[in-house]
Design a protein around this ligand. Structure first.
Ligand SMILES: [Zn+2]
Length: 247
């Protein structure tokens, strides 16, 4: 069987001397792992389209649940990422998070524009990379049906004195309900920024800046929610924290 699809390369593992297994977020079939044979050869026609973070057209052949990349053509590459280890680490984390949350085909179509936008910004933007990461995380949660409740307390529904966030309950918590096991402080400006990101359209979601303290609160909330959903701490996140000097 043949599958023709556009997709984003989220991961690549070399196998033996010439081949690789690539993990593709496809438009039509969710995340697929496919064998890219001979990709390490200088003459390989697959190497550009199968490079990490690439957005490409793929022709895949499937037999007994195993996929092989028959041909590929690059639509958009983010080569700038490999020139800077910190930017590369952020993009690797975004790719791993997208793969770990295992979107189905419908979600994948919505997720691809977010990923491409995020890779572009990690590659080129002078913005704070951590802010790009926070926006990506929150938009990822929203797209896949895990949008946090940001308008009323997740325990009592109150809309006053919203000063905590509970990643396990998935939303904000008021002062009187604040003694949940994992609540963290969230200040008004952080909440305003999170609401903005949740409601903005794709292009504008990244268009703001935030002081460090608010960024810390935002990041703690979205990172922990993602970890709760995937069920484990992503390897690329631990690595990123070392690279960014924030272990
Ligand atoms: Zn409450």
């Amino acid at each position: 069987m043949e599958i023709k699809t556009k997709g984003v390369v989220l991961g690549r593992t070399f196998v033996g001397e010439k081949d690789a297994i690539i993990k593709i977020l496809t438009e039509n079939s969710g995340v697929i792992s496919a064998s890219a044979k001979g990709i390490k050869s200088m003459k390989s026609k697959l190497s550009a389209g199968c490079s990490l973070f690439s957005y490409s057209d793929f022709l895949l052949t499937e037999s007994k649940g195993r996929y092989i990349v028959a041909s590929t053509s690059l639509c958009e590459g983010f080569y700038g990422l490999s020139a800077n280890i910190e930017r590369l680490s952020y993009a690797t984390y975004a790719a791993e998070a997208a793969a770990a949350i295992s979107p189905d085909a419908t979600d994948a179509r919505a997720l691809i524009p977010l990923l491409l936008n995020t890779f572009y910004l990690f590659s080129n933007s002078q913005k704070n990379l951590r802010l790009i990461k926070c926006v990506f995380e929150l938009r990822l949660l929203c797209l896949l049906g895990y949008a946090p409740e940001l308008n009323g307390c997740v325990e009592c529904g109150d809309t006053d004195e919203l000063c905590f966030f509970s990643p396990s309950e998935g939303g904000i918590v008021c002062r009187s309900c604040g003694n949940l096991p994992d609540t963290q402080i969230i200040t008004k400006d952080t909440l305003t920024a999170m609401r903005y990101v949740q409601d903005a359209d794709n292009k504008k979601a990244f268009s703001f800046s935030l002081p460090r303290q608010n960024l810390d609160e935002f990041e703690a909330a979205t990172e922990k929610m993602l970890e709760n959903i995937t069920g484990y701490k992503l390897h690329s996140l631990s690595y990123l924290k070392q690279i960014a000097g924030r272990t």
